[in-house]
Design a protein around this ligand. Structure first.
Ligand SMILES: C[S@@+](CC[C@H](N)C(=O)[O-])C[C@H]1O[C@@H](n2cnc3c(N)ncnc32)[C@H](O)[C@@H]1O
Length: 298
């Protein structure tokens, strides 16, 4: 068992998590694998999740958030299993697509807390955040302008705030701003709540965070062109997506890493640095592999 006593916030949060023993076991396993960095991340993430949701008469805010994470994880496993079994991915438009981004319950009680907590509870997402912190974040300088497209729970944009004050948080969903302000109340966030395809950001960016966005777009090619258009010459983007990944609002499945490389190449990007993380082995080579990369305009 890990000794959490030097991290009182994390210890308190984990005590609350005690009612989900599988989750505590998973945290203990990852803690043994990743050590102190991981324990720091648990302290940061779990410690902040408390106010993420409005408490209800019969459920505290943290219970709502963790239940949301568990529901999102189970939904993902279900969608993934169906895709592995049939080779076809189809999201359920009646349940999710139509009103997902506007639906306060789905967004604030499942999707956003789910994504947020997955950053420490899913090993592949934790690896991605470490890669970002070690390899991308040092490129962000104090005088740089940063755009976090589809920020969702806001973790990447917030991490950039450690280096520069000039970070624009963007999301299609109005609930993203609510969530980010609840989880990170200690700073003002410059939010543009509108599709990044149409928004007027008033200039170009030295850095664009484009993490798990392209596979959510009805027209991924148009999204890649817009990313190119918004990036200043010499600017860099943190680009992340996955192969064979089924999720609520995914619009496209990349079957191979080569397809992703080809997409970047076709839209005028060079890859400066990249990481591939096996998230879930799939049948017939259809593995879920996260691709995390630093890219630049050619
Ligand atoms: C899977 S989440 C990724 C969140 C975050 N970037 C991360 O990696 O943790 C995708 C996010 O993109 C947002 N989104 C989808 N289409 C968008 C668009 N056209 N413009 C801006 N945001 C969009 C969704 O609302 C959602 O919050």
């Amino acid at each position: 068992m890990t000794d959490w006593s030097s991290r009182p916030h994390a210890a308190a949060a984990l005590e609350t998590l005690g009612q989900w023993p599988n989750l505590v076991d998973a945290v203990e396993e990852l803690s043994a694998e990743f050590g102190d960095d991981y324990r720091d991340a648990v302290e940061r993430y779990v410690g902040r999740i408390g106010p993420a949701s409005e408490p209800k008469a019969d459920e505290s805010a943290i219970e709502i958030a963790v239940d949301g994470y568990i529901e999102m994880t189970i939904d993902t496993l279900r969608l993934q299993a169906e895709y592995f079994r049939t080779g076809v991915f189809s999201s359920d438009p009646t349940e999710f697509e139509a009103g997902l981004h506007d639906d306060p319950e789905l967004m604030l009680e499942r999707y956003l807390p789910g994504l947020y907590l997955a950053q420490v509870f899913w090993p592949n997402h934790y690896r991605k955040h470490r890669w970002f912190a070690d390899n991308y974040l040092p490129l962000v300088a104090a005088d740089h302008r940063v755009l976090d497209v589809g920020t969702g729970p806001g973790s990447f944009g917030t991490a950039c705030r450690a280096n520069t004050d000039d970070v624009v948080f963007n999301d299609l969903s109005p609930h993203s701003e609510t969530f980010v302000n609840r989880v990170y109340p200690d700073a003002d966030h410059n939010f543009v709540t509108e599709s990044f395809l149409d928004a007027d950001f008033g200039g170009l960016f030295d850095h664009i965070i484009f993490s798990e966005v392209v596979e959510h777009l009805p027209d991924p090619a148009a999204g890649m062109d817009r990313l190119h258009e918004l990036l200043a010459p010499g600017g860099k983007a943190f680009f992340s997506t996955a192969t064979n990944a089924a999720f609520y609002d995914h619009t496209i499945i990349f079957e191979t890493e080569a397809e992703i490389d080809d997409l970047l190449d076709r839209h005028g990007f060079d890859v400066l640095d990249r990481q591939s993380v096996l998230a879930t082995p799939g049948p017939e080579g259809r593995d879920v592999v996260d691709i995390n990369a630093t890219i630049t305009r050619r």
